[in-house]
Design a protein around this ligand. Structure first.
Ligand code: G6P
Length: 602
C-alpha cells in the first residue's frame, strides 16, 4: 500500500503541490502522511502527521523546487509520527519514502546498528535510508565520480540487498536529483515540460496526469535518476544504462465529486444504475472475442481479492448456469500456491477494481511464466493489471472513491453475465435480464425501500454479530454483503453457504441474532428457507431478501425477480444495509479504519 510522490521543477509552491499529489494517492493508505522538501541552503526539512491529510497544509516547509511525500498504510510499526515517512539517515542528509515490505529488514538492520546507526522508528523502511547512508559513505572514500553518481550507485546497491516487493524514492541534500528503484510495487515517471524543467515520480500515473501525459511505467529491477533536465534509467543488476520509451497517454480522467450525497459510498451505490445500463449496451464484438477465448481455453480460472474474489465466485455459478461452462475460482492470494497445473492452454482472468492488488498481480505473473493467457476485468485504465494482461475488458464503472467497493462489484457481475450469455448464444436474453436488474436496483434506491433499510439499520446497529446465508449465486452475495457490513460498520458479519449452517454455524445462533437470507426465485429458494427456519427455531431474527414475502420473516426486503440477474439488486440491498449501518455507527464509509482502497503489499 502507501502512496509515494516526488516533484522536481519550477512549479509554484512545490511542497503544497506534493501534498495535492498525495491527496490523490490517499486511497492507498491514510494512517499518516509526510513531506520532505529542500530549503535554499540545500537542507532537508520534513513535516509529518498522523491521520488523514484533510485540510492540512505545508506552508511551513521551504520551497526550493524539490520535494517528496508519502501517505502511509502501516505494515511495520504503529501509526505514529516517528513511523510516518519520509525517514532520515543519521546525518539528516538523505531521506527516503517507500511502498512495500523489506522482508529482510532485520537481517540488514543488525550490522547497521553495530556500526553505530541510530534508528528512530520501528519501520522496515528506515533500514533503507541507513543502508544507503552506509554504502554512500564507503563509496565516497575512493570515488572519482560526482556526488550525484555516487548517490545513484549507493541507492542501486542498497536496493539490491533488499528482498520483497518494493519501490523507493530517495533524496540526498547535495545531489539535486531523486534516485528511485522498484521491484514489484508500481512506480511511474512523468516527463514534464521543458519550460518548467520539471519531472515527477509517483506510485500511480493518475497522480502525475495533472502535470504531464508523457509517462514511463518503470519495470521491475530498474533504478532511475530524476533531475530537472535528466531522466536516466539503469539496470538494478549491474548499473548499465537502459534505453526507455515514454508513452503519451490520452486517458480522460473525470474528477468525481460527491454532489448531493453525504458520502462517496452512497453516490457510488446510485451510480450503479448508469453503470449497469452501459454494460447492457456494451460493444458485443469486444465481448464476443473474450467469450470465444473462454470457449477455446482448456481450463479457465477467475481470480481476485476481497470484493473482486466474490465476483469471481459468482462467476462460477453464472458460467455454469448460463453457458454450461466450468470456470474455476480461487482467491488471488491463494492462486500462487495452486497453479502448478497451468499450461499454455490455460486462461486466467484477473478481476480487480484498482488493477494494483499485489496478491493478484503476483499470481498472474506466475501464471504468465507458465504460459497461461491473462485476461483483465479491471476498472482502472493503465493500471498494472491492465498493462500486464494479454486481453483486457475495462469495467468503465467510473472512478470508485469509497474504500468500500460497490459499483465495481455489480459491474463485474454484469459483464460476467453478458459474457456467459454471449457464450451461450443468447446475448439479447442477457441484455433483457440486465435491464430488469436495472429496474430492480432503481426500486431499491427509492425512498420507501431506503427507509426500510434505515429502520433495519437502527435495529441492528447495536448488535455484535450478523449472519447471512445464501445458496447458489446467492452464496457469494451473502459473502459480499457480510463484507460490506463488517468493513464499514465494524460489526462482525459472516456470510455462509446455506448448506453449511448445520455444520457448525448454527451453534452461534441465539435469541434475536440477526440472520439475513437471500432468497431469489431460483432452485435454492426452498433449501435456503429451510435454513432460515432452523435459525428461527433457535431464536434468530429472520430478515428475508426476496421476491416474495414469507411468514417466517421478521423483516422483509422486497427485491423483484430478474432471473439470475437478481444477484445484482440483492447485492445492492446488502450494500445499502452496510452503508446505513455505517452511518448509524458514525463511521466514515469512504475511509474506514485500517483499510486502504488499493492493497499493494502482501
Ligand atoms: C481492498 C479493498 C476492497 C477490494 C480489494 C480488492 O481490500 O478495500 O474493496 O475489493 O482490495 O481490490 P481490487 O482493486 O483488486 O478490486
Amino acid at each position: 500500500m502507501c502512496g509515494i510522490f516526488g516533484y522536481i521543477g519550477k512549479g509554484k509552491n512545490v511542497p503544497q503541490l506534493v501534498l495535492a499529489g498525495l491527496k490523490s494517492l490517499e486511497y492507498r493508505g491514510y494512517d499518516s502522511w509526510g513531506i520532505a522538501s529542500l530549503d535554499k541552503q540545500g537542507r532537508i526539512r520534513i513535516k509529518k502527521k498522523t491521520g488523514k491529510i484533510g485540510e492540512n497544509n505545508v506552508e511551513t516547509l521551504p520551497d526550493n523546487g524539490m520535494a517528496l511525500g508519502h501517505t502511509r498504510w502501516a505494515t511495520h510499526g504503529g501509526v505514529t509520527v516517528a513511523n510516518a515517512h519520509p525517514h532520515l539517515d543519521c546525518s539528516g542528509k538523505i531521506t527516503v519514502i517507500h511502498n512495500g515490505i523489506i522482508e529482510n529488514y532485520l537481517e540488514l538492520k543488525k550490522p547497521l546498528i553495530k556500526k553505530g546507526h541510530i534508528f528512530r522508528s520501528e519501520t522496515d523502511t528506515e533500514v533503507a535510508v541507513h543502508l544507503i547512508e552506509d554504502i554512500l559513505a564507503d563509496h565516497k572514500k575512493n570515488s572519482v565520480k560526482t556526488v550525484k553518481e555516487d548517490f545513484a550507485e549507493s541507492v542501486r546497491l542498497a536496493f539490491k540487498k533488499m528482498s520483497g516487493l518494493n519501490a523507493i524514492i530517495v533524496m540526498e541534500a547535495g545531489s539535486q536529483v531523486f534516485v528511485a528503484a522498484k521491484n514489484g510495487s508500481p512506480l511511474t515517471i512523468g516527463r514534464g515540460t521543458v519550460q518548467n524543467e520539471e519531472n515527477l515520480l509517483a506510485s500511480d500515473a493518475h497522480a502525475i496526469l495533472p502535470f504531464t501525459r508523457d509517462l514511463y511505467f518503470m519495470e521491475d529491477d530498474e533504478v532511475v535518476t530524476v533531475g530537472r533536465k535528466e531522466i536516466t534509467v539503469r539496470k538494478l543488476a549491474d548499473g548499465t544504462k537502459k534505453q526507455i520509451k515514454f508513452q503519451q497517454v490520452n486517458w480522460q480522467i473525470r474528477e468525481e465529486v460527491k454532489g448531493k450525497f453525504t458520502h462517496f459510498m452512497l453516490k457510488e451505490i446510485y451510480d450503479q444504475i448508469k453503470v449497469l445500463q452501459s454494460v447492457a449496451s456494451a460493444d458485443k464484438v469486444e465481448l464476443s472475442k473474450l467469450a470465444a477465448l473462454i470457449a477455446k481455453s482448456y481450463g479457465t480460472y477467475m481470480i481476485g481479492c476481497g470484493t473482486a474474489a466474490y465476483a469471481c465466485l459468482a462467476g462460477t455459478y453464472i458460467f455454469s448456469k448460463i453457458a454450461k461452462k466450468h470456470v474455476n475460482f480461487s482467491i488471488a492470494s491463494e492462486f500462487g500456491y495452486l497453479l502448478d497445473f497451468l499450461t499454455k492452454q490455460s486462461l486466467v482472468i484477473g478481476l480487480s477494481q484498482s488493477g494494483e492488488t499485489i496478491d493478484l498481480l503476483d499470481s498472474l505473473k506466475k501464471a504468465k511464466e507458465k504460459g497461461a493467457t491473462i485476461v483483465a476485468l479491471v476498472n482502472v485504465l493503465g493500471s498494472s493489471l491492465y498493462r500486464l494482461s494479454d486481453h483486457k475488458l475495462l469495467l468503465q464503472a467510473g472512478s470508485e472513491k469509497a474504500v468500500v467497493s460497490t459499483k465495481a462489484f455489480t459491474a463485474k457481475l454484469a459483464y460476467l453475465m453478458m459474457l456467459a450469455y454471449i457464450l451461450a448464444g443468447k446475448a439479447e436474453l442477457g441484455k433483457n435480464y440486465l435491464l430488469k436488474a436495472v429496474q430492480a436496483v432503481e426500486a431499491i434506491l427509492k425512498s420507501d425501500f431506503q427507509q426500510k433499510i434505515i429502520n433495519l439499520a437502527q435495529k441492528l446497529a447495536s448488535r455484535q454479530h450478523i449472519y447471512l446465508i445464501g445458496r447458489g449465486i446467492s452464496y457469494p452475495i451473502a459473502l459480499e454483503s457480510a463484507l460490506k457490513i463488517k468493513e464499514a460498520s465494524y460489526i462482525h458479519a459472516e456470510g455462509f453457504a446455506g448448506g453449511e449452517l448445520k455444520h457448525g454455524v448454527i451453534a452461534l445462533i441465539e435469541k434475536n441474532t440477526p440472520c439475513i437470507g437471500f432468497l431469489p426465485n431460483d432452485e435454492s429458494y426452498n433449501d435456503t428457507l429451510s435454513g432460515l427456519m432452523e435459525m428461527k427455531s433457535r431464536g434468530g431474527m429472520i430478515i428475508g431478501v426476496s421476491f416474495r414475502h414469507h411468514e417466517i420473516f421478521d423483516e422483509y426486503l422486497p427485491v423483484s425477480d430478474c432471473g439470475i440477474a437478481s444477484a445484482i439488486p440483492n447485492a445492492v440491498a446488502g450494500q445499502l444495509l452496510g452503508y446505513y449501518l455505517t452511518v448509524q455507527k458514525g463511521v466514515d464509509p469512504d475511509k474506514p479504519r485500517n483499510l486502504a482502497k488499493s492493497v499493494t503489499v502482501k
